[in-house]
Design a binder for this molecule. Structure first.
Ligand SMILES: [Fe+2]
Length: 254
């Protein structure tokens, strides 16, 4: 029998809100689609903006959906998340306001989950000293680095304004240049699938499992696109490399 595939399912930017049931319905549909793959993910990673208001009830709803996947769960916060409430809901260690960061290995694939939140603000900020330490600790295991904010500019002005400062991107770039076992950097935040690089490493943002933001190359304001499909990403280890699939979430037939 063939070995079980090693793959990570990335569910991002569900922005659950108690007053908008469509968000939970969309996350539920995404989980349905993952289950329909018929093979258990090696791990599920939620790359932030899980909750829209940082409420315990929103995290409880998210946790209930993630639990349906019966797979190891990795969570990290986005700009809208509340670290203390996340810790409580997902039983995470650490002081309430500490960064929610972790390192774990699933099916031989290491995930370094970085917290890029600036509490109460939209742009990103990495703890690069911590990341450097984790990278130095293991130069061999194939590694995915996850964070909420994209590590590269995506070319949509309104979204790039909510990213990392150039100096931090440059520092990350330098760090990754020295880290050949990093296969991919995965992120969310921009509510659309995109592909770039940082420090020579392929990097990607996942679509939101809830609502998308349009491709505006004309410096316009953030353009919500309810007409574009929600999706999740599946990062599959194939021949020692990582292949990223963008899987649309379509409602169940009937
Ligand atoms: Fe975000």
């Amino acid at each position: 029998m063939a070995d079980a595939p090693v793959f990570l399912v990335q569910l991002t930017d569900s922005h659950l809100r108690d007053d908008d049931p469509s968000r939970l319905a969309s996350l539920t549909a995404a989980v349905d689609r993952v289950l329909a793959l018929g093979v258990a993910p090696s791990a599920v990673i939620a790359t932030g903006d899980i909750a829209d208001q940082g409420r315990a009830s929103e995290y409880a709803d998210a946790a209930a959906q993630f639990a349906r996947l019966d797979a190891p769960l990795v969570v990290l916060p986005g700009n809208k998340d509340d670290r203390a409430a996340m810790r409580e809901a997902f039983g995470l260690p650490g002081a309430p306001e500490d960064r929610v960061q972790s390192v774990s290995t699933h099916g031989g694939l290491r995930i370094i989950a970085c917290d890029s939140q600036i509490p109460g603000d939209f742009p990103g900020d990495l703890d690069l000293a911590w990341l450097e330490e984790q990278l130095a600790a293991d130069r061999l295991t194939p590694t995915v680095i996850a964070m909420h904010h994209p590590p590269y500019r995506i070319g949509v002005t309104a979204l790039d304004a909510m990213g990392f400062q150039p100096a931090q991107r440059a520092a990350l770039d330098a760090l990754l240049t020295e880290s050949p076992n990093v296969l991919r950097v995965i992120a969310g935040h921009v509510h659309r699938a995109s592909f770039g690089t940082i420090g020579g490493v392929p990097a990607t943002t996942a679509s939101s499992v809830s609502f998308q933001i349009g491709l505006d190359l004309n410096d316009g304001p953030v353009d919500l696109r309810p007409d574009e499909p929600a999706a999740f990403s599946a990062h599959v280890l194939v021949d020692g490399d990582l292949v990223t699939h963008v899987h649309p979430v379509v409602p169940a037939a009937g």
